[in-house]
Design a protein around this ligand. Structure first.
Ligand SMILES: Nc1ncnc2c1ncn2[C@@H]1O[C@H](COP(=O)(O)OS(=O)(=O)O)[C@@H](OP(=O)(O)O)[C@H]1O
Ligand SMILES: Nc1ncnc2c1ncn2[C@@H]1O[C@H](COP(=O)(O)OP(=O)(O)O)[C@@H](O)[C@H]1O
Length: 136
């Protein structure tokens, strides 16, 4: 944990344009659809199909795929339980920002441990974290 995260001088900054304004503009509510499942179970395929379907209905959606994020934001992480937890925590935080921005964020990660998925659920508003289990 960095020293900045522990600073007593960090305060949440509100902007005049808020979540409700963005919802009105986009005519949709932001949320997170979290797809979990083993490697090869069809997560990415499902995420892309859902993204395509939402797009065709005029809804703004964005896919966060574990494979893609591990090439950038999470390229310092491996596959130990600790690294997977950190991977999922970071994606959860990004997904939270996307949902706050008003997007339907589709996260596709193995996310094998319930406690890590529950941590992501806990940082989002009620009913805005939808968990989908992919199994082949
Ligand atoms: N143990 C191990 N070793 C090497 N590579 C692995 C391992 N586990 C996963 N993968 C590959 O990484 C892809 C992304 O994994 P995730 O970020 O979704 O995993 S996790 O949520 O952090 O558990 C994952 O993508 P998918 O196959 O699409 O699930 C795999 O290609
Ligand atoms: N519903 C399905 N029926 C049959 N094959 C599928 C289905 N969904 C995905 N696949 C195939 O299974 C393989 C793994 O799918 P993928 O979406 O990459 O899984 P994951 O992201 O969980 O690793 C791919 O070859 C894909 O084409």
């Amino acid at each position: 944990m960095s020293a900045v995260g522990k600073s007593a001088n960090i305060f949440w900054q509100e902007c005049p344009v808020g979540k409700l304004d963005r919802q009105k503009l986009l005519k949709q509510k932001g949320c997170v659809v979290w797809i979990t499942g083993l490697s090869g179970s069809g997560k990415s395929t499902l995420a892309c199909t859902l993204g395509q379907e939402l797009h065709s209905r005029g809804k703004l959606a964005y896919v966060l795929d574990g494979d893609n994020l591990r090439q950038g934001l999470n390229k310092d992480l491996g596959f130990s339980a600790e690294d997977r937890a950190e991977n999922i925590r970071r994606v959860g935080e990004v997904a939270k920002l996307f949902a706050d921005a008003g997007l339907i964020c589709i996260a596709s990660l193995i996310s094998p441990y319930r406690k890590d998925r529950d941590s992501c659920r806990s940082i989002l508003p009620d009913l805005s974290f939808i968990e989908v289990s992919s199994s082949s």
